[in-house]
Ligand binder design. Structure first.
Ligand code: ATP
Ligand code: MG
Length: 604
């Protein structure tokens, strides 16, 4: 495909919005032959029925750079085998299969086999330590786990006795002398038939349990139904501009919602080829994949983009787009945390295309707000709500969350007004519950709106701008300050590698802006640097918003996806209320492998 000459899926936003209906979009799905909807069926079976079984579904790039491909027919066969295994093992409909796997073809076979069999899939990240893994498996009543021997021995075997619900552990590489109480994934799947009739799942049947990132507290388990696939499919077209024939690469960790909704489900439902990178991040590797696999649509994260920017700053000559042949790349998008305007502009220079910000959450299941292919990107803006998604800015009360009076909320319509971002309940991938927390689920809705917990403003043209998470926003001497804005500016200082910003309680101002700054390795963190960074921030942000205090650190607590865990920074401050840490069991403390590290050492 000549990527430059593809017209956007949605050429005109206003008319698409005006005529959109989820009911009509339903015809884009195949649906089960006897009624009902199944995510796995939409991802593989429909393509076989349509005669596209020989199309390449997965293009797996091994650590050593060698490439193996897997067709839709083969993926259907492998996932069929796994679906049969679940039956043989006695897993009931609705019981949960957990994965603790990096990106590899067996992950896809497991996920699709589980969904096609009407069991529920819960993906965990291999970046999580033993405690977070145990906690999620316990909370989710994991019946079966698919993982590698190394992950099992390190994280699960030592706590297996604490997981009474866990009946079966399937190892991809059990070896000649397998650990006790484990089964061989290859042996079981080899022995199973390679055809499977998809379970007759109802659209409202649970399909996925997806844990949130745990940025603001203990991770919550969000429950999604098979019907969510309609939103996965439609949003991949509208927000990611996915076309037939595309080569799509989503870099998100499979344990995170982006890695599931867009790393696995959405591209497969479109029948496009998905790149599966089995290796670790390095700029050379990633540019190599973009170039050699002729990636046309790339979905990544601000954390990854920051690392690439650091390796090849703006104005560098020649740019990565010249050094590597990125001419196939047509559309780049990012999700998960705010995308700095700088990153959008960097994309234009370094990749040859701007980066399109998209906003969503584990709870929303799919992208809700985006910069679309047909529109010029507004650097720094999250974009506009997708067709079929009604968003609103709600007036907040004293606690910084939407004020609900007599069951009603107040929608702010003046351009620029700040408030809590809310979404009209009812889109197909809306979560249907928080695991074991019905009250928290109920409290997330008011007056027909789902309350997101994020503060935003909307400009006169209807574009949304991220201010901060309600939990993170700093109220200082009458100003409402989003920490991200301050962090972005600090990161632009040549000596600053990373920054995390919080409000430190202050008797007079309410809070003062405090920055934790990770200097670049070659820059000594001395008083002169502190003064220089402070002055830089003041010039750029003004004295009311610039940090009043800077503390140099040698790590920043982050989630696996690269988000700064400001609650852990706050917890480092004396005088802050206890309980801000969340349940200690759920969160690896700052400085451990799961949550921190210099960015260049971690896979984003
Ligand atoms: P937890 O809910 O456990 O605290 P989390 O909110 O980080 O963790 P996710 O569901 O992975 O878990 O992330 C969703 C959140 O990420 C959003 O609510 C928002 O705060 C942030 N986010 C996602 N995309 C964007 C974006 N494009 N711009 C700004 N923030 C974003
Ligand atoms: Mg959240």
């Amino acid at each position: 495909m000549n990527s430059l000459w593809v017209s956007p899926v949605m050429p005109d936003y206003d008319s698409a919005r005006a005529t959109f209906s989820w009911r009509r979009e339903r015809s884009r799905l195949a649906g089960l032959p006897d009624g009902g909807v199944n995510i796995g069926y939409e991802a593989v079976d429909r393509h076989l029925r349509a005669g596209h079984g020989e199309h390449v579904a997965l293009c797996c790039v091994a650590r050593d750079g060698s490439v193996r491909t897997m067709t839709f027919a083969r993926l259907a066969a492998e996932s069929s085998r796994f679906a049969h295994v679940l039956g043989t093992l006695g897993l009931e409909r609705g019981e949960r299969v957990f994965t603790l796997l990096g990106r590899r073809s067996e992950l896809y076979a497991t996920v699709l086999g589980t969904l096609r069999a009407g069991r529920v899939l819960c993906p965990l990240s291999t970046g999580s330590g033993a405690e977070p893994v145990a906690l999620r498996m316990k909370a989710g009543n994991a019946r079966a786990l698919v993982t590698t021997r190394e992950q099992y021995e390190r994280k699960v075997a030592p706590i297996r006795s604490r997981l009474p619900h866990l009946r079966h552990v399937l190892l991809l590489d059990p070896g000649a002398d397998p650990p006790a109480d484990t089964l061989s994934f290859p042996a079981l799947t080899r022995a199973a038939p390679d055809e499977y009739t998809v379970a007759p799942t109802d659209p409202a049947e649970p399909a996925l349990l997806q844990f949130t990132s745990g940025t603001t507290g203990a991770p919550k388990g969000a429950i999604h139904e098979h019907e969510a696939v309609l939103a996965h499919h439609v949003t991949a077209a509208y927000a990611l501009d996915l076309h037939e024939g595309d080569v799509f690469w989503c870099t998100a960790d499979p344990g995170w919602v982006t890695g599931m909704s867009y790393g696995i489900i959405a591209p497969l439902t479109h029948g496009v080829t998905t790149v599966v990178d089995e290796g670790d991040f390095s700029p050379a590797r990633w540019y190599g994949i973009l170039a050699n696999q002729r990636v046309t649509v790339w979905y990544t994260t601000p954390a990854a983009l920051r690392m690439l920017m650091r390796a090849a700053p703006r104005g560098g000559d020649p740019s990565p787009a010249v050094r590597h042949d990125l001419s196939a790349l047509r559309f780049v998008a990012s999700a998960g945390e705010p995308l700095a305007a700088e990153a959008v502009l960097w994309g234009r220079e370094a990749l040859g295309v701007p980066v399109h910000d998209t906003w969503w959450q584990t709870e929303t299941g799919a992208v809700m707000i985006a910069n679309f292919a047909a529109d010029p990107v507004r650097p720094g803006s999250m974009g506009r709500p997708l067709p079929g998604v009604e968003a609103g800015v709600l007036a907040c009360g004293e606690d910084g969350r939407a004020a609900v009076t007599g069951g009603h909320v107040r929608v702010l319509r003046e351009p620029g007004a700040q408030g809590e971002l809310a979404l009209r309940a009812g889109w197909p991938s809306m979560f249907r519950g928080y695991l074991h927390e019905p009250h928290r689920y109920e409290a997330s809705f008011a007056d027909g709106w789902y309350l997101t917990g994020d503060l935003v403003s909307r400009d006169g043209d209807g574009w949304y701008w991220f201010v901060g998470r309600a939990d993170d926003v700093i109220r200082s001497a009458g100003h409402l300050i989003g920490p991200f804005e301050v962090e972005s500016v600090l990161r632009e200082h040549p000596a600053v590698a990373e920054a995390g910003v919080i409000g430190r309680p202050d008797r007079l101002a309410g809070a003062i802006v405090k920055a934790f700054v990770l200097p670049r390795p070659e820059c000594p963190p001395d008083p002169e640097l502190r003064r220089d960074v402070m002055a830089f921030a003041r010039r750029r942000l003004g004295p009311a918003v610039a940090p009043r205090e800077i503390e140099f650190v040698d790590d920043l607590p982050r989630t696996r996806g690269g988000k700064v865990m400001r609650r852990l920074l706050r917890a480092r401050e004396p005088g802050l209320p206890e309980g801000d840490l969340g349940t200690p069991e759920t969160t690896a403390p700052a400085g451990t492998a799961e949550t921190s590290g210099r960015p260049a050492e971690r896979e984003p």
